[in-house]
Design a protein around this ligand. Structure first.
Ligand code: SAM
Length: 408
């Protein structure tokens, strides 16, 4: 058993993400930057190369910036996550953003004066488009996208896609307060008539405000955050510090990153958007359950009641384990890894992911330093699910989070 210490310092009760770094775009299961900042300070990390192999919307880079790190590398296979991370940590001129916003606004209203104009634009390839969007919303989104595509500067174009993606979600028939894709009730649809252009321009203004106040001032010319749309690619003894919050289970039965991002990704031109959850960690089932190590007994317990679930869980830990093998190789001697995870419950069995991570790093020549337990109160993720799949029967999936620290 790798030592776990309850540490209330990391609870950050009552604090939210926006207390230090407001997010520019909603994303599921974001890591509270306060945790990463505090742990980097505690470990006295002030320089070196940082890696986040599952970077999502990029909280770990915010932590790195706060602790004076200038070179950071991230990977994610959800295109929306990569877009958000890139925009937050790419330096663009705020004056240019404001000028192009004005120009875009004028162009859009000018274009809309003649209804015939819309017919000249191509409809995007969105699955069941009429199920998720009204005709008026589709037309307006097409016009906005058309003018965003005209922006020459690639970084600014990307910036303008952030509020576009938020507008796609907000103006669709999805229930906005949920991460999974659910359609509104029919009676709500009847009264749903959003002012798409107005929503977009307001979101654009808000995004520029947040970027210019919270991100831009920290992005001096020495900062280099490189985010790749890919699974992690190992580089021998290259990184000094790994800071990450990996998924805590496969995407189908835990947080559906792909599903959350589907409509945005499709509007952004990703034609395999609906396949993303199957591509994420734990997406492909193995033939056999994991037989070795700490996790094997827990999976065997699940297997007694549900073989299919046991294989799904095995798939996830196979992927997480293989990824840790690659990550471990890529850390320099003296480097540290910090993984922030939850131990989820499947079929009433609580899976010790924190222990699994410590064990995998130790198998790769690292030494487990400490694991802190923190009360989970801030993460935007479902705290309850139905692990027995009996309707109405729910248990808390996670009340604690674990900060697993290892050193090589
Ligand atoms: C818990 S989230 C990370 C959240 C991030 N810390 C933040 O604050 O936004 C986990 C991320 O892992 C990504 N992911 C899942 N499987 C992956 C894989 N095999 N390779 C790279 N990224 C993956 C998901 O798309 C998701 O963005």
């Amino acid at each position: 058993m790798y030592q776990v210490i309850r540490n209330t310092k990391y609870d950050f009760i009552g604090q939210s993400y926006s207390t230090v770094y407001p997010n520019l775009h909603k994303y599921p299961a974001t890591m509270l930057p306060q945790i990463g900042i505090e742990i980097l300070k505690e470990l006295n990390v002030k320089s070196g190369r940082l890696l986040d192999p599952y970077c999502g919307s990029g909280s770990s880079f915010a932590c790195g910036l706060e602790c004076s790190l200038t070179e950071m590398h991230g990977f994610d296979i959800n295109p929306l996550a990569v877009l958000i991370s890139k925009v937050k940590f790419t330096k663009v001129s705020v004056n240019k953003l404001i000028d192009i916003k004005k120009e875009l606004r004028n162009n859009i209203y000018e274009f809309l004066k003649d209804e015939k104009n819309i017919k000249t634009l191509q409809r995007p390839q969105i699955t069941n488009i009429d199920f998720w969007f009204s005709k008026a919303v589709i037309d307006n989104l097409i016009v906005i996208k058309h003018f965003i595509e005209q922006i020459e500067d690639k970084n600014i174009r990307r910036f303008f896609l952030i509020p576009f993606s938020e507008t796609v979600r907000e103006c669709s028939y999805t229930r906005n307060n949920e991460f999974k894709l659910f359609r509104m009730k029919s009676e709500d649809i009847l009264n749903f008539n959003p002012d798409v252009i107005g929503v977009y321009l307001k979101k654009l203004e808000d995004t520029i405000f947040l970027y210019s106040n919270f991100y831009f001032p920290k992005l001096d010319d020495t900062v280099n955050v490189d985010v790749k749309y890919s699974t992690f690619k190992p580089q021998n003894e290259y990184f000094d510090i790994v800071l990450t919050s990996p998924p805590y289970g496969d995407s189908r039965t835990t947080v559906a990153y792909g599903q959350f991002s589907t409509l945005s990704n499709e509007w952004l031109g990703i034609n395999y958007a609906r396949k993303i959850d199957g591509m994420l960690m734990g997406g492909v089932k193995p033939k056999q359950n994991i037989q070795n190590g700490i996790i094997a007994d827990y999976i065997a317990e699940i297997n007694k009641v549900d073989n299919k679930r046991a294989l799904e869980v095995s798939a996830f830990y196979n992927d997480l384990g293989n990824s840790i093998n690659q990550v471990a190789k890529s850390v320099k001697k003296g480097g540290k890894s910090i993984y922030i995870v939850g131990n989820r419950i499947v079929k009433n069995v609580q899976l010790p992911t924190d222990q699994f991570i410590a064990e995998k790093f130790e198998q790769n020549g690292f030494k487990h330093i400490i694991t802190y337990e923190r009360a989970l109160s801030n993460k935007s993720m479902p705290s309850k699910n139905s692990p027995t799949n009996e309707v109405g029967k729910t248990v808390n999936t996670m009340l604690w989070e674990y900060i697993v620290i290892c050193e090589t």
